[in-house]
Design a protein around this ligand. Structure first.
Ligand SMILES: [Fe+2]
Length: 139
């Protein structure tokens, strides 16, 4: 092997590594089902999706929109309850949150007035035992 073929071989190896890294990046797994859970990606909580994925309903009143978020989950004191609901915008930036008091709140239901904001919003529902669940709505 002469010096020229060694350099060409080295360049080909570098190119192969770069292609391999790009292929890995484009096939990276989603965070749904691992970092957070959804009805479609319940991960390790597959049997818990029905009681944890938040249900979002949008109500418009003139130019103002209110999101109502409901999690069909028990509020069994501090033993098992929904800690909070949180709203994120389309860029996953914080919009608002509502904390629940498991000794006073009978159901994890919250409302968020978005004013005239439009687009996609995400609702997060956080259970003290079964992690964070996310749903979305576009208004
Ligand atoms: Fe739970």
């Amino acid at each position: 092997m002469n010096r020229r073929s060694l350099l060409i071989g080295g360049a080909a190896s570098v190119a192969a590594v770069l292609v391999s890294k790009n292929a890995t990046a484009s096939t990276a797994p989603t965070m749904a089902g691992g970092v957070y859970y959804t009805a479609q990606n319940p991960g390790r909580w597959a049997k818990k999706a029905a009681g944890h994925a938040p249900v979002i309903e949008a109500k418009s009143d003139g130019g103002s929109t209110t999101l109502q978020v409901v999690t069909g989950h028990e509020m069994k004191g501090y033993e098992h309850y929904i800690i909070k609901h949180m709203i994120l915008d389309a860029n996953y930036q914080f919009v608002a949150e509502h904390f629940f008091n498991p000794e006073k709140d009978n159901a994890p239901i919250s409302s968020f007035n978005l004013g005239d904001k439009k687009g996609t919003f995400y609702a997060l529902s956080v259970c003290n035992l079964h992690d964070t669940w996310m749903s979305s709505i576009t208004i």
